[in-house]
Design a protein around this ligand. Structure first.
Ligand code: MRU
Length: 341
Protein backbone atom coordinates (compact mmCIF):
# COMPACT_ATOMS: atom_id res chain seq x y z
CA UNK A 1 0.00 0.00 0.00
CA UNK A 2 1.19 3.51 -0.83
CA UNK A 3 3.33 5.29 1.71
CA UNK A 4 2.53 8.94 2.24
CA UNK A 5 3.86 11.56 4.59
CA UNK A 6 1.75 10.64 7.59
CA UNK A 7 2.05 8.03 10.26
CA UNK A 8 -1.68 7.31 10.23
CA UNK A 9 -3.65 5.14 7.80
CA UNK A 10 -7.09 3.49 8.07
CA UNK A 11 -6.22 0.25 6.20
CA UNK A 12 -3.26 -2.04 5.67
CA UNK A 13 -2.90 -5.19 3.61
CA UNK A 14 -2.24 -8.62 5.10
CA UNK A 15 -1.32 -11.92 3.43
CA UNK A 16 -0.90 -12.57 -0.27
CA UNK A 17 -3.20 -11.14 -2.92
CA UNK A 18 -5.03 -14.42 -3.45
CA UNK A 19 -6.10 -15.18 0.10
CA UNK A 20 -5.31 -12.01 2.07
CA UNK A 21 -7.33 -8.88 2.64
CA UNK A 22 -7.34 -5.56 4.38
CA UNK A 23 -6.99 -4.91 8.05
CA UNK A 24 -9.28 -2.05 9.06
CA UNK A 25 -8.22 0.03 12.03
CA UNK A 26 -11.26 0.02 14.33
CA UNK A 27 -11.63 3.76 14.84
CA UNK A 28 -14.33 3.25 17.49
CA UNK A 29 -11.63 1.98 19.86
CA UNK A 30 -9.26 4.93 19.41
CA UNK A 31 -7.45 6.51 21.11
CA UNK A 32 -7.42 3.82 23.79
CA UNK A 33 -6.65 0.77 21.67
CA UNK A 34 -5.27 0.16 18.19
CA UNK A 35 -7.20 -2.88 16.97
CA UNK A 36 -6.70 -3.94 13.34
CA UNK A 37 -9.57 -6.11 12.12
CA UNK A 38 -8.87 -8.46 9.20
CA UNK A 39 -11.50 -8.39 6.46
CA UNK A 40 -11.73 -10.56 3.36
CA UNK A 41 -15.41 -10.42 2.40
CA UNK A 42 -17.81 -7.83 1.03
CA UNK A 43 -20.18 -8.21 3.99
CA UNK A 44 -17.37 -7.62 6.51
CA UNK A 45 -16.51 -4.41 4.67
CA UNK A 46 -20.16 -3.29 4.56
CA UNK A 47 -20.52 -3.94 8.30
CA UNK A 48 -17.26 -2.07 8.96
CA UNK A 49 -18.57 1.02 7.15
CA UNK A 50 -22.07 0.88 8.66
CA UNK A 51 -20.74 0.38 12.19
CA UNK A 52 -18.16 3.17 11.72
CA UNK A 53 -15.09 1.02 12.26
CA UNK A 54 -13.90 3.11 9.35
CA UNK A 55 -15.35 6.51 8.54
CA UNK A 56 -14.62 9.72 6.68
CA UNK A 57 -15.87 10.16 3.11
CA UNK A 58 -12.76 9.09 1.12
CA UNK A 59 -12.00 6.14 3.43
CA UNK A 60 -15.58 4.90 3.04
CA UNK A 61 -15.15 4.97 -0.76
CA UNK A 62 -11.81 3.14 -0.59
CA UNK A 63 -13.23 0.44 1.70
CA UNK A 64 -16.19 -0.04 -0.66
CA UNK A 65 -13.81 -0.51 -3.62
CA UNK A 66 -12.00 -3.30 -1.74
CA UNK A 67 -15.45 -4.67 -0.87
CA UNK A 68 -16.33 -5.08 -4.56
CA UNK A 69 -12.97 -6.77 -5.28
CA UNK A 70 -13.53 -9.19 -2.39
CA UNK A 71 -17.13 -9.82 -3.48
CA UNK A 72 -15.93 -10.86 -6.93
CA UNK A 73 -13.28 -13.10 -5.38
CA UNK A 74 -15.95 -14.77 -3.23
CA UNK A 75 -18.67 -15.13 -5.86
CA UNK A 76 -16.66 -15.45 -9.08
CA UNK A 77 -18.39 -12.48 -10.69
CA UNK A 78 -19.87 -9.03 -10.05
CA UNK A 79 -23.51 -8.88 -9.05
CA UNK A 80 -25.97 -6.16 -8.17
CA UNK A 81 -26.37 -7.45 -4.62
CA UNK A 82 -22.79 -6.54 -3.65
CA UNK A 83 -23.22 -3.01 -5.01
CA UNK A 84 -26.58 -2.65 -3.21
CA UNK A 85 -25.13 -3.96 0.06
CA UNK A 86 -22.32 -1.40 0.07
CA UNK A 87 -24.48 1.47 -1.25
CA UNK A 88 -26.92 0.98 1.64
CA UNK A 89 -24.31 1.47 4.37
CA UNK A 90 -24.19 5.26 4.74
CA UNK A 91 -26.05 7.74 2.51
CA UNK A 92 -24.28 11.10 2.72
CA UNK A 93 -20.66 10.64 1.57
CA UNK A 94 -20.73 10.75 -2.22
CA UNK A 95 -17.28 9.12 -2.33
CA UNK A 96 -19.00 5.82 -1.56
CA UNK A 97 -21.12 6.03 -4.73
CA UNK A 98 -18.24 7.54 -6.72
CA UNK A 99 -16.00 4.56 -5.83
CA UNK A 100 -18.75 2.03 -6.58
CA UNK A 101 -19.33 3.69 -9.98
CA UNK A 102 -15.60 3.57 -10.72
CA UNK A 103 -15.47 -0.17 -9.90
CA UNK A 104 -18.61 -0.83 -11.96
CA UNK A 105 -17.20 1.15 -14.88
CA UNK A 106 -14.19 -1.17 -15.02
CA UNK A 107 -16.58 -4.05 -15.69
CA UNK A 108 -16.48 -7.66 -14.56
CA UNK A 109 -12.76 -7.95 -15.28
CA UNK A 110 -11.92 -10.40 -12.50
CA UNK A 111 -10.56 -10.13 -8.98
CA UNK A 112 -6.89 -9.22 -9.71
CA UNK A 113 -7.81 -6.20 -11.89
CA UNK A 114 -10.49 -5.06 -9.43
CA UNK A 115 -8.05 -5.36 -6.52
CA UNK A 116 -5.58 -3.27 -8.49
CA UNK A 117 -8.30 -0.65 -9.08
CA UNK A 118 -9.15 -0.51 -5.35
CA UNK A 119 -5.47 0.04 -4.58
CA UNK A 120 -5.32 2.75 -7.25
CA UNK A 121 -8.32 4.52 -5.70
CA UNK A 122 -6.50 4.54 -2.36
CA UNK A 123 -3.17 5.67 -3.81
CA UNK A 124 -4.84 8.39 -5.92
CA UNK A 125 -6.63 9.69 -2.85
CA UNK A 126 -3.38 9.98 -0.89
CA UNK A 127 -1.68 11.74 -3.81
CA UNK A 128 -4.62 14.11 -4.22
CA UNK A 129 -4.44 14.99 -0.54
CA UNK A 130 -0.77 15.89 -0.83
CA UNK A 131 -1.61 18.17 -3.78
CA UNK A 132 -4.52 19.69 -1.86
CA UNK A 133 -2.23 20.29 1.11
CA UNK A 134 0.29 22.16 -1.04
CA UNK A 135 -2.43 24.39 -2.53
CA UNK A 136 -4.38 24.87 0.68
CA UNK A 137 -1.35 25.92 2.71
CA UNK A 138 -1.08 29.04 0.52
CA UNK A 139 -4.38 30.27 1.96
CA UNK A 140 -2.91 30.97 5.39
CA UNK A 141 -0.47 33.65 6.47
CA UNK A 142 2.42 33.17 8.88
CA UNK A 143 1.69 32.14 12.47
CA UNK A 144 -1.68 30.70 11.44
CA UNK A 145 -4.09 29.56 14.14
CA UNK A 146 -6.49 27.22 12.40
CA UNK A 147 -9.69 25.69 13.74
CA UNK A 148 -10.98 22.38 12.39
CA UNK A 149 -13.97 20.12 12.98
CA UNK A 150 -14.38 16.34 12.94
CA UNK A 151 -11.55 14.14 11.63
CA UNK A 152 -10.33 14.68 8.07
CA UNK A 153 -6.85 13.20 8.40
CA UNK A 154 -5.04 10.03 7.46
CA UNK A 155 -7.73 8.05 9.26
CA UNK A 156 -10.49 9.47 7.05
CA UNK A 157 -8.69 9.09 3.71
CA UNK A 158 -6.08 7.13 1.76
CA UNK A 159 -3.50 9.03 3.83
CA UNK A 160 -2.43 12.55 4.87
CA UNK A 161 -5.96 13.98 4.93
CA UNK A 162 -8.06 16.69 3.30
CA UNK A 163 -8.52 19.60 5.72
CA UNK A 164 -6.03 18.01 8.11
CA UNK A 165 -3.70 17.57 5.13
CA UNK A 166 -3.82 21.33 4.57
CA UNK A 167 -3.03 21.79 8.27
CA UNK A 168 -0.14 19.29 7.97
CA UNK A 169 1.21 21.15 4.93
CA UNK A 170 0.92 24.52 6.71
CA UNK A 171 2.87 23.00 9.59
CA UNK A 172 5.49 21.60 7.20
CA UNK A 173 5.85 25.08 5.68
CA UNK A 174 6.63 26.44 9.16
CA UNK A 175 3.59 28.69 9.24
CA UNK A 176 1.33 26.92 11.72
CA UNK A 177 1.05 28.57 15.14
CA UNK A 178 -1.68 26.32 16.51
CA UNK A 179 -4.66 24.09 15.79
CA UNK A 180 -7.98 24.37 17.59
CA UNK A 181 -9.64 20.95 17.46
CA UNK A 182 -13.42 20.88 18.02
CA UNK A 183 -14.35 17.81 20.02
CA UNK A 184 -17.19 17.21 17.49
CA UNK A 185 -20.20 16.11 19.52
CA UNK A 186 -21.73 13.60 19.61
CA UNK A 187 -19.33 11.05 18.06
CA UNK A 188 -16.19 12.91 19.17
CA UNK A 189 -14.12 12.43 16.02
CA UNK A 190 -12.17 15.57 16.95
CA UNK A 191 -11.46 14.61 20.56
CA UNK A 192 -10.73 10.95 19.87
CA UNK A 193 -9.17 10.91 16.39
CA UNK A 194 -7.85 14.29 15.24
CA UNK A 195 -5.93 14.97 18.45
CA UNK A 196 -4.53 11.41 18.30
CA UNK A 197 -3.32 11.90 14.72
CA UNK A 198 -1.79 15.30 15.40
CA UNK A 199 -0.03 14.04 18.52
CA UNK A 200 1.43 11.15 16.52
CA UNK A 201 2.84 13.62 13.99
CA UNK A 202 4.12 15.97 16.70
CA UNK A 203 1.79 18.81 15.72
CA UNK A 204 0.67 20.84 18.69
CA UNK A 205 -3.08 21.25 19.07
CA UNK A 206 -5.65 22.40 21.61
CA UNK A 207 -8.85 20.46 22.13
CA UNK A 208 -11.98 22.56 22.74
CA UNK A 209 -15.66 21.70 23.10
CA UNK A 210 -17.73 22.76 20.09
CA UNK A 211 -19.38 25.48 22.15
CA UNK A 212 -16.03 27.24 22.75
CA UNK A 213 -15.37 28.17 19.11
CA UNK A 214 -17.33 31.45 19.27
CA UNK A 215 -15.43 32.53 22.39
CA UNK A 216 -12.00 32.08 20.81
CA UNK A 217 -13.11 33.71 17.55
CA UNK A 218 -14.39 36.77 19.43
CA UNK A 219 -11.02 37.05 21.18
CA UNK A 220 -9.24 37.11 17.82
CA UNK A 221 -7.52 33.77 18.40
CA UNK A 222 -8.72 32.01 15.23
CA UNK A 223 -7.28 33.06 11.84
CA UNK A 224 -9.23 30.61 9.71
CA UNK A 225 -11.40 27.51 9.75
CA UNK A 226 -10.88 24.56 7.44
CA UNK A 227 -13.11 21.48 7.30
CA UNK A 228 -13.56 18.47 5.04
CA UNK A 229 -16.82 17.45 3.43
CA UNK A 230 -18.93 14.41 2.57
CA UNK A 231 -20.53 15.97 -0.49
CA UNK A 232 -20.29 19.30 -2.28
CA UNK A 233 -23.36 20.10 -4.40
CA UNK A 234 -23.02 21.69 -7.85
CA UNK A 235 -23.82 25.15 -6.43
CA UNK A 236 -21.14 24.89 -3.71
CA UNK A 237 -23.37 23.94 -0.78
CA UNK A 238 -21.32 21.71 1.53
CA UNK A 239 -22.51 18.74 3.59
CA UNK A 240 -20.20 17.96 6.49
CA UNK A 241 -20.21 16.76 10.07
CA UNK A 242 -23.00 18.22 12.21
CA UNK A 243 -21.77 21.50 13.68
CA UNK A 244 -20.01 22.69 10.52
CA UNK A 245 -22.82 25.07 9.52
CA UNK A 246 -22.67 26.75 12.92
CA UNK A 247 -18.93 27.32 12.50
CA UNK A 248 -19.49 28.90 9.07
CA UNK A 249 -22.08 31.29 10.53
CA UNK A 250 -19.63 32.20 13.32
CA UNK A 251 -16.90 32.86 10.74
CA UNK A 252 -19.19 35.21 8.83
CA UNK A 253 -19.98 37.13 12.01
CA UNK A 254 -16.32 37.44 13.02
CA UNK A 255 -14.90 38.10 9.53
CA UNK A 256 -12.88 34.87 9.54
CA UNK A 257 -12.33 32.85 6.33
CA UNK A 258 -14.19 29.54 6.15
CA UNK A 259 -12.44 27.02 3.88
CA UNK A 260 -13.43 23.54 2.71
CA UNK A 261 -10.97 20.91 1.46
CA UNK A 262 -12.59 18.50 -0.99
CA UNK A 263 -11.05 16.07 -3.45
CA UNK A 264 -12.78 16.05 -6.86
CA UNK A 265 -14.32 12.69 -5.84
CA UNK A 266 -16.39 14.56 -3.21
CA UNK A 267 -17.85 17.07 -5.67
CA UNK A 268 -21.25 15.93 -6.88
CA UNK A 269 -22.33 17.91 -9.94
CA UNK A 270 -25.38 15.62 -10.13
CA UNK A 271 -26.80 17.17 -6.94
CA UNK A 272 -28.01 20.69 -7.69
CA UNK A 273 -27.89 22.07 -4.15
CA UNK A 274 -27.68 21.11 -0.49
CA UNK A 275 -31.44 20.53 -0.10
CA UNK A 276 -31.06 17.42 -2.28
CA UNK A 277 -28.38 15.84 -0.07
CA UNK A 278 -29.54 12.83 1.97
CA UNK A 279 -28.54 13.53 5.59
CA UNK A 280 -27.82 10.39 7.60
CA UNK A 281 -29.80 10.11 10.84
CA UNK A 282 -27.92 8.11 13.44
CA UNK A 283 -29.00 6.46 16.68
CA UNK A 284 -30.29 8.70 19.48
CA UNK A 285 -28.15 6.68 21.88
CA UNK A 286 -25.05 8.37 20.41
CA UNK A 287 -26.45 11.60 21.92
CA UNK A 288 -27.86 10.24 25.17
CA UNK A 289 -24.71 8.20 25.92
CA UNK A 290 -21.06 9.16 26.05
CA UNK A 291 -18.65 6.23 25.56
CA UNK A 292 -21.34 3.89 26.85
CA UNK A 293 -22.18 6.05 29.89
CA UNK A 294 -25.80 7.28 29.95
CA UNK A 295 -25.90 11.09 30.33
CA UNK A 296 -29.63 11.81 29.85
CA UNK A 297 -32.80 10.64 31.59
CA UNK A 298 -34.23 7.33 30.47
CA UNK A 299 -36.74 7.68 27.63
CA UNK A 300 -35.82 11.24 26.59
CA UNK A 301 -36.12 11.95 22.86
CA UNK A 302 -32.84 12.83 21.15
CA UNK A 303 -32.13 13.82 17.54
CA UNK A 304 -28.95 12.92 15.70
CA UNK A 305 -28.52 14.24 12.19
CA UNK A 306 -24.93 13.21 11.49
CA UNK A 307 -24.32 16.03 8.98
CA UNK A 308 -25.51 19.54 8.18
CA UNK A 309 -25.37 21.66 5.04
CA UNK A 310 -23.43 24.92 4.88
CA UNK A 311 -24.74 27.21 2.15
CA UNK A 312 -22.23 28.18 -0.52
CA UNK A 313 -22.64 31.86 0.41
CA UNK A 314 -20.74 31.17 3.66
CA UNK A 315 -17.84 29.33 1.99
CA UNK A 316 -14.77 31.48 1.29
CA UNK A 317 -13.08 28.89 -0.96
CA UNK A 318 -13.05 25.17 -1.74
CA UNK A 319 -9.60 23.59 -2.10
CA UNK A 320 -9.32 20.65 -4.49
CA UNK A 321 -6.30 18.82 -5.87
CA UNK A 322 -6.85 20.61 -9.19
CA UNK A 323 -7.09 24.15 -7.87
CA UNK A 324 -8.98 26.44 -5.51
CA UNK A 325 -12.62 27.19 -6.34
CA UNK A 326 -14.28 30.44 -5.34
CA UNK A 327 -17.77 31.85 -5.94
CA UNK A 328 -19.63 31.60 -8.21
CA UNK A 329 -19.20 27.89 -7.45
CA UNK A 330 -21.54 26.61 -10.13
CA UNK A 331 -18.94 27.71 -12.67
CA UNK A 332 -15.70 27.21 -10.73
CA UNK A 333 -16.53 23.69 -9.51
CA UNK A 334 -17.74 22.51 -12.93
CA UNK A 335 -14.54 23.85 -14.47
CA UNK A 336 -12.32 21.95 -11.98
CA UNK A 337 -14.30 18.70 -12.26
CA UNK A 338 -14.06 18.79 -16.05
CA UNK A 339 -10.37 19.80 -16.10
CA UNK A 340 -7.87 17.14 -17.16
CA UNK A 341 -6.31 15.47 -14.07
O1 MRU B 1 -19.44 10.46 10.33
P1 MRU B 1 -18.03 10.56 9.82
O2 MRU B 1 -16.99 10.46 10.87
O3 MRU B 1 -17.81 9.60 8.66
O4 MRU B 1 -17.95 12.02 9.21
C1 MRU B 1 -16.77 12.46 8.61
C2 MRU B 1 -16.80 13.89 8.21
O5 MRU B 1 -17.76 14.58 8.40
C3 MRU B 1 -15.58 14.43 7.52
O6 MRU B 1 -15.46 15.79 7.76
C4 MRU B 1 -15.72 14.22 6.00
O7 MRU B 1 -16.04 12.89 5.71
C5 MRU B 1 -14.47 14.58 5.29
S1 MRU B 1 -13.19 13.43 5.64
C6 MRU B 1 -11.85 13.78 4.74
Amino acid sequence: MTEVATTVRPFRWFGDDLTGGIEMLDQRRLPGEEIWEPMTTVSQIADGIRDMKTRGAPAIGIAAAFGIAFGVRERGQMDEQMFALLAATRPTAVNLFWALDRMRALGDVGYPALLEEARAIMADDAANNLAMGRLGATLFGTEARILTHCNTGGLATGGYGTALGVIRATHAAGRLAGVWVDETRPYLQGARLTTWELQKDGIDCTLITDSMAAHFMKRGEVDGVIVGTDRVAANGDVANKIGTYGLAVLCKHHGIPFYVAAPISTIDLGTANGDAIDIEQRAASEVTELSGVVIAPDGVHAAHPAFDVTPATLVTAIVTERGIARAPYTESLAQLVRAEP
